[in-house]
Write a protein that binds this ligand. Structure first.
Ligand code: UDP
Length: 539
């Protein structure tokens, strides 16, 4: 990889003139710094000052023009992690006339995506915070194509998984460190700054204890399209298994958070499910070969940890079994449960936790970041040792959490198999797995009501409607309708589930009363359609 941009593809003189005359142009999407992505012409970066520079001229554009609000707290998040104060982006301003006194700029001809990787040492972070958001930000802007240039500004070196980032475009990604080798002033001809957060499903607990994001916007479909893309780039093809040729993968960690009776666990799994059981670990295999193995597996078993992000490569219908050390409540640490449970991900999820203190091995003497606690006051150490569950906490340095999550565990086989038998409704069988439809009903059409008064205390309310327009093109197993009836002025309503396109209500219908009636269609019990316009029905 040459450290020079070929300046032949662009007319250097013309580019310099354009920058001097037009300055920088910026147009962004998003109302807040947390949902903003900006597109720039001629955004520059000064390596000496470590600052991006916006050049003002008569023709420059800055939308939104926030004035000093640009610093409250920032223009945008440079990583996909929301509102993290180490990940903010902003630029300095200069008049374009200042260019005369500055070093000659080097122009980057490629369309560039500028971002921060959040934690490129950790596989969960790599996939969740970087690879998926980069992939879908590139899908959002069509000029961020296969030839786009990625620029990582967080300041880290490549990291152990840089090859994964290389798969996203044909051009070598640039690190912040490398930018200064191009010159004191670099100008990106066309660039996008920031990442889409649309695909993230987990918040790590910086302001409230960790958990699924409040409003998850991604489904298994998008995750699986991304994994298909990666597998294609890695030249991995999912090996289709014959019936009764399923296998189980135990993903082990070799340096910490160990399973102490691995052999016993493997034997138990093989016997219980009558399947081959293999182990993999990042210390012993290449990442590519692990993905190859997982992509054909019927079940993935692992201690809680970042390696479990590879469960996104499992085939539909497979099971994810996550093991938690003593005193760690599985309900509170759910990045992999949330992933497996995304609609359309089609994975079964099971958590097992060690509840037997004798089966855990602690490491109080280790450094604090590997869960050691001897640096704490004696009383605090004793409290932690006596505690049966880590209380809810914030990220990232809670010593009790680190102490417990870095324990080694002997898995109690009986309780482990009990949980599997309870939770897995069937033996994971990929061959029989059917992809469920995700097509929602349209509105019911021509909703109507008719009323009649029978006696001073009795009345009838008949409601009818036509099927949603899209139903005639679909094969739907079960079509039902939901009707809500509310007496005008009341704040409660009666819901009804009905199999047909009309119904006459007599119970609880009063004469000389106004009712509001809503109707919607439901496919296969859980695919809800929109309500039709409300009907106003007077008895
Ligand atoms: N890791 C590993 N084997 C080990 C310990 C860690 O492969 O024995 C990997 C792990 O999958 C992750 C990275 O090293 O990608 C950092 O692990 P850490 O324990 O810091 O984070 P966690 O897995 O708890 O998210």
């Amino acid at each position: 990889q040459s450290q020079e941009f070929s300046q032949v593809h662009i007319d250097y003189h013309a580019a310099l003139l354009a920058l001097q005359e037009h300055g920088t142009r910026m147009v962004c999407t998003g109302k807040m710094h947390t949902d903003r992505i900006c597109r720039f012409d001629y955004l520059c970066y000064c390596s000496e000052a470590d600052e991006f520079v916006f050049f003002h001229s008569n023709a420059s554009v800055m939308l939104p023009n926030l004035g000093p609000r640009r610093f409250q707290p920032a223009l945008l998040d440079l990583s996909s992690v929301e509102d993290h104060n180490t990940q903010y982006f902003n630029f300095l301003e200069l008049p374009a006339a200042a260019l005369k006194f500055m070093p000659k700029p080097v122009f980057v001809p490629d369309v560039t995506l500028i971002l921060n990787r959040f934690n490129p040492d950790n596989l969960m972070h790599i996939f969740h915070d970087d690879l998926l958001p980069i992939y879908y930000t590139m899908k959002q802007y069509s000029d961020l194509d296969d030839e786009a240039r990625l620029v990582f500004m967080e300041g880290w070196s490549e990291g152990a998984y840089f090859d994964l980032y290389r798969l996203l475009s044909t051009k070598q990604p640039l690190l912040k460190e490398q930018l200064k080798t191009f010159g004191k002033l670099m100008c990106f001809t066309k660039s996008y700054v920031g990442l889409s957060k649309m695909t993230t499903w987990y918040q790590y607990g910086f302001v409230q204890p960790q958990g699924p994001k409040a409003n998850v916007l991604v489904s298994g479909n998008e995750i699986r399209q991304f994994t298909s893309f990666l597998m294609q780039r890695l030249n991995i093809t999912r090996v289709e298994k014959m019936e009764d040729d399923g296998y189980i993968v135990v993903f082990k960690r070799s340096s910490n958070r160990l399973i102490l009776n691995e052999a016993e666990l493997i034997l138990a799994l093989a016997q219980e499910f009558q399947m081959r059981t293999v182990t993999v670990s990042l210390e012993e295999q290449s990442f590519d070969s692990i993905i190859q193995i997982i992509s054909g597996a019927s079940m993935l078993v692992s201690m809680h940890g970042a390696q479990m992000i590879t469960s996104m490569f499992l085939p539909r219908g497979a099971a994810v079994v996550e093991l938690f050390p003593y005193a760690v409540n599985p309900e509170q640490y759910t990045p992999y449960k949330t992933l497996a449970s995304l609609p359309g991900m089609d994975l079964q999820y099971v958590a097992w936790r060690n509840t037997i203190k004798e089966n855990t091995v602690t490491f109080p003497d280790r450094p604090w970041d590997q869960g050691g606690i001897i640096h704490l006051e004696k009383e605090e150490q004793e409290r932690i040792l006596a505690s049966k569950e880590v209380p809810r906490h914030l990220c990232c340095r809670n010593p009790e959490w680190l102490f417990r999550i870095y324990q080694d565990t002997t898995v109690n086989i009986a309780s482990f198999l009990d949980i599997l038998r309870e939770t897995l409704n069937t033996k994971p069988n990929l061959k029989k797995y059917k992809v469920a439809s995700t097509v929602h009903p349209g509105r019911v059409r021509e909703p109507k009501c008719q009323t009649s008064v029978q006696a001073t205390k009795e009345a009838k309310l008949s409601v009818s409607w036509q099927i949603p327009w899209n139903l005639k093109y679909l094969k739907v197993k079960e079509v039902k309708y939901e009707v809500w009836i509310q007496e005008q002025g009341e704040n409660t309503y009666m819901p009804y589930i009905l199999p047909h396109q009309n119904y006459t209500f007599t119970e609880n219908i009063k004469p000389f009363t106004t009712y509001l009636v809503w109707v919607r269609c439901i496919f296969n019990k859980n695919l809800l359609g929109p309500f039709a316009d409300v009907l106003i029905c007077k008895t």
